[in-house]
Ligand binder design. Structure first.
Ligand SMILES: [Zn+2]
Ligand SMILES: [Zn+2]
Length: 173
């Protein structure tokens, strides 16, 4: 009788499709965790770094020695010989040009400009020496410089850089 009931119960369970309870197996995943940790710890190889091209000053190009210009640029009195200045030799540049009026700078040895020599006078009389003489006074040791817009009376060697008002440059020798 008891066996029959057991059999009956088995039959019922089968018909209901209810599987007999089985011991569950828990798969510990410590191994995979360790692996993922290991992968995280393992840093990817760094990207290949392309070294920036180091730009070195081009020393193959020779400095422009063909353009012979005064450096530093000097004005000077009559005691200062005219010519081209170098770092060693001081010369009063005799190839001056004015960037402002685009005229050559002319000189008068042993003369000094009158104080009233203004832009208008130079504009009207440059470069005629006989007319400019009206404002030129003899003065020993002084060299009078003039373009069409500005004038200077110079006694000693003077670097032109010290006179920013003058836009005179060396026009090559
Ligand atoms: Zn010069
Ligand atoms: Zn000028």
């Amino acid at each position: 009788m008891v066996d029959d009931i057991d059999d009956l119960l088995d039959e019922v369970e089968k018909s209901l499709g209810k599987p007999k309870e089985k011991p569950k197996t828990y798969i510990t995943s410590t191994k995979t965790d360790d692996l993922s940790d290991l992968l995280e710890d393992f840093e990817p190889p760094p990207e290949p770094v392309v070294a920036e091209k180091i730009v070195t000053p081009d020393t193959s190009t020779p400095s422009s020695t063909s353009d012979k210009k005064c450096y530093p640029l000097y004005l000077g009195g009559t005691s200062v010989p005219v010519g081209m200045s170098t770092g060693v030799t001081v010369r009063a540049c005799n190839e001056l040009r004015c960037l402002e009026c685009d005229c050559a700078v002319i000189t008068f040895e042993g003369f000094h400009w009158s104080d009233n020599t203004d832009y208008l006078f130079l504009r009207n009389n440059y470069p005629v020496a006989s007319r400019l003489r009206a404002r030129l006074n003899p003065h020993r040791g002084t060299r009078a410089y003039s373009c069409q817009c500005k004038q200077r009376s110079v006694n000693t060697a003077t670097q032109l850089a010290a006179d920013p008002e003058l836009k005179w440059v060396c026009g090559k020798h």
